[in-house]
Design a protein. Structure first.
Lengths: 99, 976
């Protein structure tokens, strides 16, 4: 598997650390209900098909990358910096997992 | 028998070799198989199950029979295919799976018992008593059935792994592959041409045909010379591409030194990972045998093998040769042999309408129904026009058609397509993205067709890659039509003894496959597992299609309907040593060494691993016989004088920016924005799920500049975490983090005389408050001085750029020793921190909360932080939690880490466990064992006597529960 790092280009997956679903980008606000935290921390989809998850280019540029890929074909559709192109608007903000 | 003037071998030189203790000679360019045949050796092995005498079946890597053990100094490599093993001076090999000798194998008694040894025999027979299977039946069966043996010694040879990248990977260097590679290479594309064989050229090396008016092998040499001269081409002979993976990645095994005379400068094998933008599969095709009675005798081989041995190696595999075929291609072998002066006794063609226009007898519409000859073929019986005819022959070439070598196209869940005309499976386009199959691998068998397909595929790929295809005309070559009439299994009357082999390697016959169908194992996957067909080292390369054709017949289904088994990597055997190259012993993981490493080793310190780091365990002094003596002395030295320890392994993260303080407030539970410049604060970090991630100190070096330290164990995890929080949640903030762990060497100087030591070093009196930081100059170098302590004594840590680490360490030791101090190692460091109740990852092991370790007050109520919300979850707080406590034995007991804690009167069973011990150490300061552990509602139980039970080591000790801080509770010494 090779991941197209937006900064370094196409690199072997051994350079990356896998974290999990991009749900981790949708951190509940302070004071959110326990259910929201439960959802954020524990509840994950396991799609056969398109998914978006987080990879850290640990042996590279230290970027966190949101990778959209297909779990059945292994095709990688998109890879974006978690910090976003515009540093003022991180990619994670404003996304909420539907519960 | 060697024919003079034939073949591509170098007959001017002679190579001596040894097989089963007898001496022979061959020539450079020979394989072990061709050299044995040239010496008239036909019997080379015994079969897996029935111990039937076996000869050489093929001339290629698919060989199922001729597996031998190759003997080298101290090593014995089993299951080496004699058809692949290149001959070298002094090569020594022996046959396998026979006792006492190849000609006289006592276990051949199995063959007499054959009627009872059909598929599933063992499973059905050795059912009872159950316990006998593992102890008696299985070992006995395993001894009887088998392949080669290993030496049982460590493989000390060198293996390598490597990566390669290219625009176009061409797999197979026959006509199609060479033409594709040449076309792409001339266009300037980066090309890798990999071929399993030692010599590139594929089928053309065994061909007497002409290409562009020159003999095929000459054309091959010209093309290879041109490719070799191009800087954008890498030729990889002896390299089997073994698997197709995602994103154009392929695994490949290069036999670098394995099949050559031992050479110290060559690794045996190299496992390659090749990443290609596009791939052309030109791996050729494998000829398949025909199943008929006793078709496994030495002397019976594939027709194409006969041709290879003749044209490539100059060897006639027999004197009176017969051919049995259902197609046109086998005639080339017969004609070549005839032209070379070898007598063709008969060509048996199963097709009634087959041409008889040959210079040797042709029996059209005939089949071979049986053979004779125990250790070598003597005669065959054919049925022609309802008459049985016996023909004397010492060599039979058979051809049941060709199977394209399409394995790689199926490695990513692809299934092949049945081609009725060829009676073979052909690749289904698009099953491996970016891969195109051409030539014989694609079911195109004529040389002209292969050349054309190779060129066309390369042109199409060049267009894809945006390159201009070169002006390259197609060479003229043979373009014969290929016709075939399916024949899998020559019908024969049912007898107890008659068997027709499908899978030579695993001794599977047509009878086994039919039995499988009869017993309900009708799916091809079930048949495979029931009969073990295709499960030998050759993975059924020459038998899979025939076996499923027989299964289709037995179950009354068509072949495509029956389907194939799943093709999985690797296509060819790959040794584990090659895949794990470099990973043995110390090569298993990278090693990280401290700048003080040599200085510590100079003092005889044994090193222990801490993650990837190597740290000194203790520093023995003359007269000390155990580690504990040294450890006790070092602890006392720190408590009474001064000790020096290298603490550079702790993670160091530099954090800068206007929002750095705000960022630390988010990742730490406590507040850092209030930390004044020049001060250090202890910080606790949680995971988002509320459990403790790490702890450490952070110094404020400037208004917008912090230096965080992490534990050694969690340095990588914390760095990753900080990057995540920063990029995911505060990407707009002005803060940047970077690891500087390797940039600074840092030493702890601890003990009542620490200040005196440092004052002498810095030539100024030290006046730094507890948890203070100051930049200092040390011999003209900018250094950092922190007053922090992990021992409970007055302690400092001094950091210098890494390149000065060793010098500083040696200087510190020299100064310490004048004060009655010295270095201390990990053992003493651990005892010191246990005495002081300081935690490490033994305590914060990923299942404890701030509440559990008594630090819930460090979670600031005034601000949010990572993990704060989740830390409040029900179940993570309260008297049911197991909380950090100190443990001291009542009386003279020994404490052990990992022991469980029980109420004094309770039975020591799992359900009664109230906690466990995480760290223990003998305290020379307090003269008793001390322990840290977690105990249910522990903080409310100080003073209670409980029971510590270590079921593993057999300890049962009464302990008193206490506060975890045993030494200097008030911190007088620390702050002094």
């Amino acid at each position: 598997m090779r991941i197209p790092c937006p900064l370094c280009g196409l690199r072997d997956r051994r350079e990356f650390y896998y974290y999990g679903s991009d749900d981790y980008l949708s951190r509940p606000e302070e004071g959110a209900l326990p259910e929201a935290w439960d959802n954020y921390l524990h509840l994950r989809d396991n799609p056969a098909g398109v998914t978006r998850d987080l990879w850290y280019h640990e042996s590279g540029c230290a970027s966190w990358i949101a990778v959209t890929r297909n779990t059945t074909t292994h095709e990688i559709l998109r890879a974006e910096l978690v910090a976003g192109q515009d540093p003022a608007k991180p990619a994670g903000k404003g996304r909420r997992k539907a519960s | 028998m060697r024919l003079s003037g034939k073949g591509l071998i170098d007959t001017s030189r002679s190579l001596k070799f040894r097989f089963d203790g007898a001496d022979y000679a061959g020539h450079p360019g020979d394989t072990l198989a061709s050299a044995l045949l040239a010496n008239g050796v036909k019997l080379v092995g015994r079969s897996f199950k029935y111990h039937r005498p076996r000869g050489i079946l093929t001339a290629g890597p698919e060989e199922p029979n001729a597996l031998v053990e190759v003997l080298e100094e101290g090593q014995q490599t089993p299951n080496v295919r004699a058809t692949v093993q290149e001959l070298y001076e002094g090569l020594a090999a022996q046959s396998q799976n026979r006792w006492p000798s190849l000609r006289m194998d006592l276990l051949a008694v199995n063959d007499l018992a054959a009627p009872f040894l059909s598929a599933g025999f063992y499973y059905k027979t050795f059912m009872w008593p159950r316990a006998f299977w593992e102890r008696l039946y299985e070992p006995a069966i395993r001894r009887a059935a088998g392949l080669g043996r290993l030496s049982g010694k460590h493989d000390e040879a060198v293996y390598e792994k490597a990566w390669a990248y290219c625009d176009l990977l061409v797999i197979g260097a026959g006509p199609a592959g060479l033409m594709a590679a040449l076309t792409a290479a001339r266009a300037g594309a980066d090309v890798i041409l990999a071929d399993e064989g030692a010599r590139m050229g594929g089928q053309l090396l065994s061909d007497r045909g002409m290409i562009d008016g020159q003999p095929a092998p000459d054309w091959v040499s010209h093309v290879l010379a041109e490719l070799a001269a191009l800087p954008n081409v890498r030729l990889m002979p002896r390299t089997a591409v073994t698997g197709a993976y995602d994103d154009g990645t392929f695994g490949a095994l290069e036999r670098v030194g394995l099949h050559l005379a031992p050479r110290a400068d060559l690794p045996r094998e190299c496992f390659w990972r090749i990443v290609a933008q596009r791939t052309i599969l030109a791996a050729g095709a494998l000829e398949r045998p025909i199943a008929f009675r006793n078709n496994d005798r030495p002397g019976i081989m594939l027709a194409s093998a006969l041709r290879s041995y003749l044209n490539r190696y100059g060897v006639a595999a027999g004197q009176k040769v017969t051919i049995f075929a259902n197609n046109d291609s086998a005639r080339a072998a017969a004609r070549d042999l005839h032209a070379a002066g070898v007598r063709i006794v008969a060509l048996v063609d199963s097709r009634p309408d087959a041409s008889q226009d040959e210079p040797f007898p042709v029996h059209a519409g005939a089949v071979v129904t049986g053979t004779s000859g125990r250790l070598a073929l003597q005669s065959i019986t054919i049925r022609h026009r309802d008459k049985d005819i016996r023909i004397e022959t010492d060599c039979l070439g058979m051809s049941g058609g060709w199977n394209p070598t399409l394995h790689l196209t199926c490695h990513m869940n692809g299934r092949p397509t049945w081609n009725e005309t060829l009676s073979a499976f052909v690749p289904t386009p698009g099953t491996v993205p970016g891969l195109t199959a051409v030539g014989a691998a694609n079911g195109t068998f004529s040389t002209a067709g292969c050349l054309a397909e190779g060129a066309t595929a390369a042109r199409s790929i060049l267009a894809d890659l945006g390159r201009t295809a070169p002006d390259l005309s197609l060479p003229q070559a043979e373009d014969a039509a290929f016709a075939l009439a399916p024949l899998w299994d020559v019908p024969a009357p049912k007898t107890l003894w008659g068997r027709s082999w499908l899978d030579f390697a695993n001794d599977v016959t047509t009878k086994d496959v039919r039995l499988s169908a009869q017993e309900g194992f009708r799916s091809v996957e079930h048949m495979k597992r029931y009969t073990t067909q295709g499960m030998a080292p050759d993975q059924g390369k020459s038998s899979n299609v025939a076996a499923l054709a027989v299964l289709a017949d037995a179950t009354g289904r068509a072949i495509p309907e029956t389907g194939t088994t799943t093709f999985r990597p690797p296509y060819a055997p790959v040794s584990i040593a090659a895949m794990g190259a470099g990973g043995r012993g110390a090569g298993f993981a990278p090693q990280r060494f401290l700048t003080s490493d040599q200085a510590s080793r100079d003092r005889g310190a044994p090193m222990i691993e801490a993650g990837l780091w190597y740290r000194p365990s203790y520093f023995p002094r003359p007269g000390e016989t155990t580690w504990k003596e040294a450890c006790d002395r070092e602890v006392t030295m720190v408590r009474t004088a001064v000790g020096v320890a290298d603490v550079s392994t702790l993670g160091k993260i530099d954090i800068q920016g206007r929002d750095a303080a705000r960022f630390l407030d988010l990742v730490y539970t406590n507040t850092f924005s209030t930390l004044p410049v020049g001060r250090v604060r202890y910080g606790l970090m949680l995971r988002e799920d509320g459990l403790v991630m790490d702890d450490g100190t952070t110094a404020r070096l400037g208004e917008a500049h912090f230096l965080m330290t992490t534990t050694t164990a969690a340095a990588g995890q914390v760095m990753r975490h900080l990057d995540f929080v920063q990029q995911a949640f505060c990407a707009g903030w002005d803060v940047r983090t970077i690891s500087v762990t390797e940039s600074w060497a840092q030493f702890a100087v601890a003990g009542p005389l620490a200040r005196r030591l440092l004052s002498s070093l810095l030539a100024t009196p030290i006046d730094l408050p507890f948890m203070g930081y100051a930049p200092v100059r040390l011999g003209g170098v900018d250094a950092r001085l922190f007053r922090i302590s992990f021992s409970g004594e007055e302690g400092y840590e001094i950091a210098v750029p890494t390149r000065f680490g060793e010098a500083l360490f040696r200087d510190l030791l020299a100064r310490a020793e004048t004060l009655g101090g010295g270095p201390y190692g990990m053992e003493a460091l651990n005892v010191l921190r246990i005495e002081k109740g300081f935690i490490t990852h033994a305590e914060i092991h990923g299942r404890v909360t701030a509440f559990d370790i008594g630090m819930e007050k460090m979670v600031s109520a005034k601000k949010d932080c990572i993990g704060k919300a989740a830390a409040q979850r029900p179940g993570l707080i309260g008297p049911d939690r197991q909380q950090l406590v100190g443990l001291s034995p009542v009386g003279a007991g020994v404490l052990t880490a990992g022991a469980h804690l029980f109420s004094k009167g309770a039975e020591a069973t799992r359900v009664n466990s109230q906690g466990y011990v995480t760290s223990v150490g003998w305290s020379p300061t307090l003269n008793r064992w001390l322990g840290l552990g977690f105990l249910q509602n522990g903080r409310a139980r100080h003073g209670e006597v409980i029971r510590l039970v270590d079921h593993l080591r057999g300890h049962d000790v009464l302990c008193e529960v206490s506060d975890p801080v045993f030494h200097d509770k008030e911190g007088v010494k620390l702050r002094g």
